[in-house]
Design a protein around this ligand. Sequence first.
Ligand SMILES: Nc1ncnc2c1ncn2[C@@H]1O[C@H](COP(=O)(O)OP(=O)(O)OP(=O)(O)O)[C@@H](O)[C@H]1O
Length: 331
Amino acid sequence: MTTAPLLELQDVGITTGDRRNRRTLVRGVDLTVAAGETVGLVGESGSGKSMLVKAAMRLLPRHATATGRIDFEGRSVLGFSHRELTAHRSRDVALIHQDPRAHTNPMRTIGDFLVEGVVAGRLLGPREARRRACELMAGIGITDPEHRLAQYPHQLSGGLLQRMMIVAALLHSPKLVFADEPTTALDVTVQSEVMAILQEQIRERNLGLLFISHDLDLAAAVTDSLAVMYAGTVVERGATAEVHSRPLHPYTAGLLACRPSATAVTRLQPIPGRPVSAYEAGSGCAFAARCRFATEECRKDRPQLRTVEDRLVACHRVEHIGAELPQAVHS
Ligand SMILES: Nc1ncnc2c1ncn2[C@@H]1O[C@H](COP(=O)(O)OP(=O)(O)OP(=O)(O)O)[C@@H](O)[C@H]1O
């Protein structure tokens, strides 16, 4: 069930560098996430997923600039004062990173890590924060929470540490969680445990989730809708069930055809060529050089997202190639 958007991105662009050496990293992205809605942002490395999340939290590196509209509950995040931004980050949103070890201080205990943020944000006192952290830990099956608070990051397995990141993300009761490849650094078995916990917590609290992944199958398993990014733009957007089972953009179809099947022995069909960044893409479709359906029009004119059947697709050729797309949707 969805309600009014928590996060609304309209025509968001990200550039880096100075006036003489400006590079476009992300171009013209529209996206919304409502309370209780889970949205997947999927694409190969370098497609701009992380930069978009950083822009939404106003965490871009100093030399990068975001343009367009980024609203949280109807208020412009790009227009927030320093004080509003601090309040927004400590109350409204949370970010779960790919590599928890890189985001914890090895010299500080888990308790310090969990409690410092909420105490600094004056949301809870230290005692209350520890009590709530223990409650959350117990709620996601972490045994002996008091003892865990006294441990250091290196004493925890990767999976347990990532569960602590989920606890940290939920501790200040945010409305929206950004999860940037939260399980990429974990073993497959641990991955599914962590995903199940994250999904359950998000659902129980009716939070919004923007889930970033290069893994279309994983994103499809946990989201209501999907936005597929290529070279800094969204090339296909729609309900997860439809996009995953019947991709319309050749890039989405290519992503699905190049992943191994758990059940069938099929030859993998890698997407030829290499991914490009937004600034390397010329005036035409950024995917044209890797697309076997591309024509002169594709190489010349950049396709805009437009409604095709039940979703949005940025492809000139979509009406002509439907039946020819590799529909390798094995599960
Ligand atoms: N700090 C930075 N300064 C300048 N350019 C950057 C910076 N970080 C990333 N980029 C560039 O921005 C583009 C988008 O990168 P981004 O990290 O958002 O991609 P991604 O889809 O999240 O990939 P990954 O899954 O590898 O993180 C890439 O061309 C990348 O080289």
